[in-house]
Design a protein around this ligand. Sequence first.
Ligand code: ARG
Length: 573
Amino acid sequence: MSTSVYSRYRAAFAQALAGALGVPAADIEPQVKPADPAHGDLSFATFPLAKAQKKAPPAIAAQLAQTLQVPGLEVKAVGPYVNARFLPLPFTQEVIDGVRLAGVAYGSDAEDGKGKTVVIDYSSPNIAKPIGFHHIRTTFLGHCIANLYRALGWRVEGVNYLGDWGKQFGLVAVGFQEYGDPARIDDMAHLVQVYVQANKRAGEDPAFDEKAREFFRRMEANEPEAMKLWNQFRETSLKGFKRVYARMGIDFEHIEGESRYQGKMDAVIEQIAKKPGTKESQGAIIVDMPYADGEPPVLLKKNDGSTLYATRDLAAAEDRYARFNFDKSLYVVAQDQALHFRQVFRTLKEMGQPWADKCVHVPFGRIHGMSTRKGQVVELDQVLDEAKERVLQRVKENVAQGNLETADADALSEQIGLGAIVFGDLKHNRASDYTFDWDEVTSLEGHTGPYLQYAHARSANVLRKGGGVPTAYDPALLTLPEEQALVRELMRLPDTVKAAAEQYEPSLVARLLLDVAAAYSRYYTAGNKDRDKRILVEGNDAMRAARLALTDATRITLAAGLTLLGIPTPENM
Ligand code: ARG
């Protein structure tokens, strides 16, 4: 089933309006908006028609409302608006059955992106360097955006474009001779320490800095000894990264890096030399194109002949188009690199690449204040470890108090810790900065991952207590306002997935899930201290089956949404 219940009704309403007005439905559809919930579900404003019809908007609305007949919709004029409300039937059944039929694939639409390819460059940490907040955000955002596009039927080529080339290797290499312990060459944390020390030294000691540059030059010249050492560092870091990705359930289609373009950059520079042209500037080679006042030029080679980040990104963009023939190529990278990407894309355009416009920088803001008990974060693993540790304490307390039964407190804490960190990030608008707070993200209450995981587990628990998912139920029994409100939240996932993919904005899905959980919670608890009884009604099997079916649809929607965000969904917590 490819269209959402919501969009089907909206299309039917627009079609009927268009018929009555004698205009194409495509003109009307964008003007059908969500209604004020007090007045219905869909709303059409008649103001724009007043002039042509020489009538007051309320009169136009009243007349339209009288003539429209749309199955499943109750149409009414409210002032200048024509409003439509979904009749409880068949609407309730369409939503619940749609969710239950789709299962965890609810929200997906394999037709949407059929035959299209998106390349997503995300995570892309630097080898032998401490990770920054931006690697954390790009990893979570990129993973979710990849999931969203996959759900919409796109072929996704996720690329982890490792920062595995550049002068920093020179620093690690020469630093290793001085500060390194050869026995620990396979210890990522050790390499990061060496890098930090060497980087500091280079700032104070020009001769040391020159040695590092020299080492990188040897790498670019493909000298076997330099390459051997580089490869060892790379393997060490990669092993560490892969452990974290496995922990998070992230599987890249491609793990490659800047080093892939070693020896291939002269060809790109030659191509640029033809169009738009290159020129020399203080011994370096730059792209010859107009630059705005004060804008630094795009550097292709430094005066010592070594290549740069931009040179490699230009080579990589061409390579990706050649390999994947993409319809879109996304770069999920911090806002700080906006100028870099603007210039890379502009260079591609000046080169005459017709696909340059398909490249999109998906920027994001900063995380402030993320540090662990061990101090400043150098590995994502540390963040996940600490989240797990903090959660584990609480899980153990709950088990001891008899509030929770779990066979494996450790595994459960891992899942909740992950949910805390990932949701704590994805709930924020991509573009905004936020301040990280351990207590806030790991809390079981409020707008958190653990709260959603708990809502999911609770609905699973209600189903277990109720004897499992009902096969038959009567949707006509679901007439409570809280039930109708909940169904309306469940309905939103498919359209939200589309909007989130189009805007590269996982927070839309995150916030919808909070709305779903809140609506379920209101339903579950409203006016009833004996909570389970609201759903597990005694002595009325029909009512109980209907409420369990709605609970099942809620559980599935939460599971589907959390899975898209990259968050595990334990059944019991
Ligand atoms: N490794 C870079 C960094 O840590 C990010 C790479 C982003 N991707 C790209 N194609 N430039 O800043």
